[in-house]
Design a protein around this ligand. Structure first.
Ligand code: ADP
Ligand code: MG
Length: 247
């Protein structure tokens, strides 16, 4: 069953065409690894899915409901509803520095008036436990390592019980010794059948965990498919060149 359908997505910044007719589907339980050189449009693509960027053309639907169809956005209320089923994790964590870990998790449900205070408290503690940080509930983000911050960000994204989680280079800002703990949490989520799109340079993760790899270059999907095929026997010259540079 397809959770997310993206069709002919187009996006320009001024005269710079950043996304050119991007189309792909995400099925329930898929882990999609998106790889590609810097500047190829990976972040813009991901940000478009949660309307952090407005697209110029194309369609995005989640669970069969259109957020935007043929470049025309649905009513704000519907767009908001659709986005609320997606969680996003950023490269630089984007935690609120003045709020404790637990407050970071509970802020959005509080503002959106989702659940009771007690329910949100129980959920935040459950999720902190899940990412191995229940002892950090009352500290400020500044007291945490990068890996811990990112695990908090993942727990925060899970608070809305998303149908799909989006990760934009979640380990790129981390020291190498801290990437493992974040990748482990992501692997656990995959094992629990969380549907995810992960923009990443971690080729081992893509190979081990992804159900599908999408290679983007210059605003286009050049090649996509089974991780082993795309990563070990790529068909396209541009994919080969990229992988040679990366590995
Ligand atoms: P990636 O994540 O693959 O590195 P991005 O989606 O961040 O690529 O960027 C794709 C292209 O769009 C780059 O050339 C980048 O400079 C440009 N770009 C991204 N965001 C903006 C923006 N807000 N304004 C202008 N250009 C942008
Ligand atoms: Mg990026």
């Amino acid at each position: 069953m397809s959770i997310l359908e993206v069709e002919n997505l187009k996006k320009s910044f001024g005269s710079l065409e950043v996304l050119k007719q991007i189309s792909f589907d995400v099925n329930k339980n898929d882990v999609i690894a998106v790889i590609g050189p810097s500047g190829s449009g990976k972040s813009t693509m991901l940000r478009s899915l949660v309307q952090l960027e407005e697209i110029d053309g194309g369609s995005i639907s989640v669970n069969g409901e259109y957020m935007v169809k043929g470049g025309a956005y649905s009513k704000p209320q519907q767009v908001k509803q659709i986005i609320s089923k997606m969680g996003m994790v950023f490269q630089h964590f984007n935690l609120f520095p003045h709020l404790t870990v637990r407050e970071n998790l509970e802020l959005a449900p509080k503002l959106l008036k989702q659940g009771t205070v007690a329910e949100n408290r129980a959920l935040s503690m459950e999720l902190l436990e899940k990412v191995g940080l229940s002892d950090k509930a009352d500290v400020l983000p500044a007291k945490l390592s990068g890996g811990q911050k990112q695990r908090v960000a993942i727990a925060r994204a899970l608070m809305r019980k998303p149908d799909i989680l989006l990760f934009d280079e979640p380990t790129s800002a981390l020291d190498p010794e801290l990437t493992g703990e974040v990748l482990r949490v992501m692997k656990d989520l995959a094992k629990e059948h969380m549907t995810m799109i992960v923009v990443t340079h971690e080729m081992e993760f893509a190979k081990d965990v992804a159900s599908k790899v999408i290679f983007m270059d210059n605003g286009e999907i050049i090649e996509s498919g089974n991780p082993r095929d795309v990563l070990t026997t790529p068909k396209m010259e541009r994919t080969k060149t990229f992988l040679h540079r990366t590995l």
